[in-house]
Structure formats: structure tokens, C-alpha cells
Design a protein around this ligand. Structure first.
Ligand SMILES: [Zn+2]
Length: 474
């Protein structure tokens, strides 16, 4: 592949790398734990730090959005010199996860430590590292092209409550619809498959969580006086749970698979070409399980990325204390969650679950089904989408090796952003699945962030030539 002379972006990133790491360390020191009310002030300080950095970098329009119920979000815009250039919105978040159990950290979580090419600290990977990576990319893009404005109009939208489940994201999008108008969203909160197997993510699963309760009587009753003559809610619930999957693991809600989109042959061959060590995966991600299990006809990666799930998260009923208590419990409850794939909708799956529960409620039992919020819709973009193909090309330039498409099994606000803004959303990040995000000793691999910054710098240069659809109204 081309040397540095063909990669002015690479040279520009290298020249800026030291100040990049110094800046990221400063940002990590601010404990912006959004879910903890005691750290509200730190979330604000974190937003202010970011706004200050953007000012220093020369962004002409910077705002901190803190006038609504949402924790402070940062918005910035840098118009392209060419008013006809596409507009790209970069999404990320600056709030971080709590740090407990703090005794499991090798160093204080908000005092960043460098070890070899890794930088340790809460938020180093999720998501401050990847937001800072994009700031670096813009500087490198300008330095490499010698321009004083980017080749595309760049907008930045950095949320302050992603780790709280983005409760006010829809309101922010509604309140700032004009500001956020764009032709493409670039989602930073994502990871590569492995250090030596760079990937472009093309989607995330959605999620719907709920609870089923079966009620028998109003009180527990004596199993000798009434047993055998009244229905047992725990038994009825166990039967329902057993009926949720067939023998082969297929989910039995009526119509559950009707909207499931099969991955293309190209996607499946990309997934199959990725390095994957099942034993290692079981040890790191499978909680030490002894074997994989799931739907026949799909690989483990496909089961996680492109197939929906129904999982029982917890069951409670009756007496579970020491000794024996001979009762028929009054109630039985199961918490469950579904991971959804395109084009399943959480509200439709909610109706399917209600129908399934009604079909499996025996006479004499009353059922209640409730849901935690509206759920998160799934999202996926075709590898053939012109913007997505350009991201892959930019990544291949930066990583000097073939880049494959992948997906993520978890859930995030991608579908909400895509639906509200009405434009395609692509992923560009450079962290790793084993960065221990949300866990003690979170780290980021600095050379990967530099590669990611180079990829983004290539992307800003290449996008005006890519055939991405421009929005008709802006
Ligand atoms: Zn995140």
C-alpha cells in the first residue's frame, strides 16, 4: 500500500498524536458519570471541556444544550467552503459509566494511566476516546488538505446521557431539528472485531424488556387444603416459559419472524471470514459457559448479530427460603427481554407477547404483561449503501488491510437518530470489544484511535465525491 507521501492524513495525525493523547487524558479526568446525580456538575464540566477544545480547534459554531431536562449535550458546526457539499453529523456521548467495583481497578479510574500503547481510564474507550478521535480527524483533514474549512459541512452532536439510556434524545432531536439537519450520520460509539481484523459495523440489534405476572388467588394457600384443586401460577408460568422456544430454539410468538430481514450472502461471507475462536469467545463473552447453543443454520456471530432472541432474565414465585413451606403461591413473575433485528418493531413484538401470554394463560389464572419503556428499535444499513462503501474504503486506506463488514449484538440510539433525521447512519469507530467498557480497568488502544482518526480524515476528503443522497430539504 501507499507510503506516507500518499497519506498526508497519516502524517498529519502522527504530528498531532501527542497533543491528542494529552487532551484525552484531561477529559478522562472529569468524572462525568451521568447516572449518578452527585456527578451532574461533572457532566457539565465535561461538556464545557469539550466546548473549550472545539473552540481551540477553530470550530466556528459551538453550543452547550442544557436548557431542557437532558444533561448537557454539546453541539458544533463547521460549514464546508462549498455550500453544495454534503452535511455530516457525528454522534457520540461524553457521559461515562459508574466505576464500581472501584477496588477492582488497578489505578484510580479518573487518573488516566498509560501502559505501552494502551491508555487506561473510565471513558477512554466509551466514548470520550472515539469522540476525541473525531476531533483529531478534523484537524488532520484540514492540515492534510491545506484547507481552512472541511470538505463536508461537519456537525457534532455529543450527548450527555447515553449511559442512562438516552431518555431525552427524542426531545433533543425535536427541539434542535434545524441544527441537526444533515445528509448522513456518523455514529462513533462502536468497535472493531479484533485488533488485526478491522471492521465496519453496519447495525445493532434493538431491545424490548418486559415482565409477565400470573396471579392465582390474592394469598398463598395451603397445598394440602387446596392443592390439586386450584391452578398453580408457578407451574403455569413454567409451562409458558417452556413454550417460548420450540425444540430447536425458534421463538414461538405469533408472527415473530415475519419482519426479520435475512442478511445478504455478502454479509454472511464477510462474517464467516472474520477470525473467531469459539473457546476464547466462550471464556470472555459466554460467562464461562461450556458450549454454544442457538438456532440451527446460523453461526455464533450470526446468532448474536442478525438473529432475534427471547431471553428469560429472572423468575420469582413462592417460597425460596430455608426449609419447606407447603404452599401454592399466589403469584409468579418472569422478567424477559427480546433482542430484535431489522425490521422488527418493539411495539409489534409487545403485541405478539401479549397475544402469546393470553394463549398460554390457563383458566383460573389472571395475567399481567408490562414493558420497560418503548424499547429500542434495531438498525442496519446495507454494505452496498454508497456512504457505507466509502467508510469501508476510508478504513482500508487507514488500516492498510482489507476491512470487512460486521454488526453489533447490543443496542443503541442509532435507529432513533436515523428515524428522526431521515438519513442513512454509518459507523466509524476504532475501539475493541475487549476494552472492558462498563467494567473496571477500561482502556483504549491509542494506535487504533489514530488509525480511526486517519480513516475519518480520509472520509471527509472522499465524501463529496461519493454518491450519497442529498436531502431535499434542509
Ligand atoms: Zn457508549
Amino acid at each position: 500500500m501507499a507510503g506516507d507521501s500518499h497519506h498526508p492524513e497519516r502524517a498529519a495525525v502522527a504530528a498531532l498524536s501527542e497533543s491528542f493523547v494529552a487532551g484525552l487524558r484531561e477529559w478522562i479526568k472529569i468524572p462525568s458519570i451521568g447516572v449518578d446525580p452527585e456527578h451532574r456538575v461533572d457532566v457539565r464540566r465535561s461538556a464545557e471541556w469539550l466546548a473549550g477544545q472545539l473552540r481551540e480547534d477553530g470550530w466556528p459554531e459551538i453550543e452547550i444544550w442544557d436548557d431542557g431536562p437532558a444533561l448537557p449535550a454539546v453541539y458544533a458546526c463547521w460549514p464546508a467552503a462549498d455550500p453544495g457539499a454534503p452535511t455530516v453529523l457525528v454522534y457520540g456521548h461524553h457521559d461515562v459509566q459508574p466505576v464500581d467495583p472501584v477496588e477492582r481497578w488497578h489505578h484510580p479510574p479518573f487518573e488516566p494511566v498509560t501502559s505501552g500503547d494502551e491508555l487506561y481510564g473510565r471513558g477512554a474507550s466509551d466514548d470520550k476516546g472515539q469522540v476525541a478521535m473525531h476531533l483529531l480527524a478534523v484537524k488532520a483533514h484540514l492540515a492534510a488538505t491545506g484547507q481552512n474549512a472541511p470538505s463536508v459541512t461537519l456537525k457534532l452532536f455529543i450527548e450527555g446521557e447515553e449511559e442512562s439510556g438516552s431518555p431525552h434524545l427524542r426531545k433533543l432531536l425535536e427541539d434542535h431539528r434545524e441544527d441537526l439537519g444533515c445528509d448522513l450520520v456518523v455514529f462513533t460509539d462502536t468497535a472493531l472485531h479484533e485488533r488485526d481484523a478491522p471492521t465496519v459495523n453496519t447495525g445493532q440489534r434493538g431491545v424490548l424488556g418486559g415482565e409477565i405476572t400470573f396471579f392465582g388467588g390474592t394469598d398463598d394457600v395451603h397445598s394440602g387444603r387446596a392443592g390439586g384443586a386450584i391452578p398453580n401460577p408457578a407451574t403455569a408460568l413454567a409451562k409458558l416459559i417452556a413454550a417460548l422456544h420450540d425444540e430447536e430454539g425458534r421463538i414461538q410468538l405469533p408472527g415473530f419472524y415475519d419482519d426479520v430481514r435475512e442478511p445478504s450472502a455478502k454479509e454472511r461471507s464477510d462474517y464467516a471470514a472474520l477470525p473467531f475462536d469459539e473457546r476464547k469467545w466462550l471464556a470472555h463473552n459466554g460467562g464461562g459457559a461450556q458450549a454454544t447453543a442457538g438456532e440451527p443454520g446460523y453461526t455464533t456471530l450470526e446468532r448474536i448479530w442478525v438473529r432475534p432472541t427471547a431471553e428469560i432474565n429472572g423468575i420469582s414465585s413462592g417460597y425460596t427460603g430455608p426449609g419447606l413451606k407447603t404452599i401454592i403461591p399466589a403469584t409468579a413473575t418472569a422478567k424477559l427481554s427480546f433482542r430484535l433485528v431489522p425490521d422488527q418493531l418493539p411495539e409489534k413484538v409487545a403485541d405478539q407477547l401479549k397475544e402469546f401470554v393470553a394463549e398460554h394463560t390457563p383458566p383460573g389464572i389472571r395475567a399481567e404483561v408490562s414493558f420497560r419503556g418503548d424499547g429500542v428499535p434495531p438498525y442496519a444499513i446495507s454494505p452496498d449503501d454508497p456512504a457505507n462503501a466509502t467508510v469501508k474504503e476510508a478504513m482500508e486506506l487507514a488500516f492498510d488491510q482489507p476491512v470487512r463488514f460486521a454488526r453489533a449484538g447490543g443496542s443503541g440510539p442509532a435507529a432513533v437518530l436515523q428515524a428522526w433525521l431521515g438519513v442513512p447512519l454509518v459507523y466509524l469507530g476504532a475501539t475493541l470489544p475487549d476494552d472492558r467498557v462498563h467494567a473496571p480497568n477500561e482502556r483504549v488502544v491509542v494506535p487504533l484511535l489514530l488509525k480511526g482518526a486517519e480513516a475519518a480524515a480520509h472520509l471527509w476528503r472522499m465524501l463529496p465525491q461519493a454518491n450519497i443522497a442529498k436531502r431535499l430539504t434542509r
